[in-house]
Design a protein around this ligand. Structure first.
Ligand code: HEC
Ligand code: HEC
Length: 316
């Protein structure tokens, strides 16, 4: 019997997914050792990459890739929704809460059947929205850690340790979520190949997204006319180009502003080098503050531990 296939993902979405996955893995492997810097495994990883400084640089490059992917995603969603007028299948609805309750009921043998899903069920939606908010949070807190001096020139100094805590906890949460939720639902429960092939067979669709299959078989939503798509695209392309330009400029500013700030405030060459080892001395402020025997200059008040190594370099 001839198998029927339905297109689930456009090839651009497949590329987007894998670039995102690659940057995610890179961010986790270069970021977690920075959070757990007092463990032996963290030191082993740092050594493997050629030192903490290298770890941070790779982390920054992977972060830029993630930001660019997010911009591409944003434009892709805009194109599908505004130009192709695809309905917002990912949007959370009350129905998802009902489905969630029904699924729990089903596992507890209280509900007779498992919920029937549209294109995206609550499992996919929860993960998608967690990813969206998680990424926004990571980009914002990441930029604060990247530019502590610039941010604290207009925000209170506590923002830096707060951003650091949030960045670290969200990282652990995101890695655990991917390892459990994503890998379990997508690869173990039933191996879904659509992110490789872009397609789902009719049986798979009937099994996993029966409401979508029924809708597709009814021929809904009707494809928009080529002429209306072209008309909307003429408006979308220049507007999207402007938004993208604005986002790229913002990103570029955020990854360069601190270098400029450091050069103008005090070039790294002018800050005294650190005469001692850094091992076990991550908490600079414990020994260097205004009360200790080895005080820092008064203009250092309010600077967080994260900032020290951007001006003071280890002697060696
Ligand atoms: C356990 C306490 C301790 C910690 C933690 C510590 N230091 Fe020091 N630091 C010292 C002492 C003691 C000296 C002075 C003598 C020496 O070791 O040569 C010093 C000297 C320095 C100097 C040179 C000051 C000068 O007068 O030239 C710099 C710069 C410095 N530390 C930066 C840092 C930074 C940045 C960190 C965090 C990564 C840090 N220290 C963590 C104890 C500490
Ligand atoms: C914007 C760059 C910059 C940052 C960030 C920075 N420092 Fe400094 N630091 C300097 C410069 C420049 C000097 C030397 C000039 C001076 O004495 O004001 C200095 C001097 C010092 C000294 C030596 C004081 C002395 O009397 O010789 C210590 C200790 C020190 N810093 C520790 C720290 C610690 C700890 C941090 C992190 C909390 C830190 N610095 C963050 C630029 C920086």
């Amino acid at each position: 019997m001839e198998k029927r296939y339905y297109q689930r993902f456009h090839w651009t979405q497949i590329v987007e997914h894998w670039v995102m996955a690659l940057s995610f893995v890179t961010l986790a492997t270069t970021g977690l050792p920075q959070k757990f810097s007092d463990t032996t495994w963290a030191h082993a990883i740092a050594e493997f990459f050629g030192g903490v400084q290298m770890l941070r640089e790779i982390h920054h490059i992977a972060a830029i890739v993630l930001i660019l992917t997010s911009i591409v995603h944003f434009v892709g969603v805009g194109y599908r929704v505004l130009v192709l007028q695809t309905p917002l299948y990912m949007w959370m609805r009350w129905r998802d809460l009902r489905d969630l309750i029904q699924a729990i009921g089903y596992y507890l043998k209280l509900a007779p059947s498992y919920p029937r899903f549209e294109r995206y069920g609550f499992i996919e939606k929860l993960e998608y929205w967690a990813l969206i908010w998680g990424t926004v949070l990571m980009i914002v807190t990441g930029f604060i850690l990247w530019n502590p001096i610039w941010f604290t020139s207009f925000l209170p100094g506590e923002i830096v340790p707060a951003a650091k805590a949030a960045h670290g906890y969200e990282a652990v949460l995101a890695v655990l979520a991917i390892l459990t939720w994503h890998v379990y639902f997508v690869h173990f429960r039933h191996f879904n190949k659509s992110i490789f092939t872009g397609k789902l067979s009719e049986e798979e669709l009937r099994h996993e997204h029966p409401l979508e299959l029924e809708r597709l078989q009814r021929g809904e939503p009707p494809a928009p006319s080529a002429e209306s798509v072209a008309r909307r695209r003429r408006v979308f392309v220049p507007v999207a180009a402007l938004v993208v330009l604005f986002l790229l400029a913002g990103t570029f500013y955020m990854i360069t502003v601190e270098q400029t700030a450091i050069e103008t405030v005090a070039s790294p060459g002018r800050a005294p080098t650190i005469p001692h080892a850094l091992e076990l001395r991550g908490d600079c402020l414990a020994c260097h503050n205004l009360q200790t025997q080895w005080p820092f200059p008064i203009d250092h008040t309010g600077r967080g531990n994260e900032s020290c190594l951007s001006c003071h370099w280890p002697a060696k």
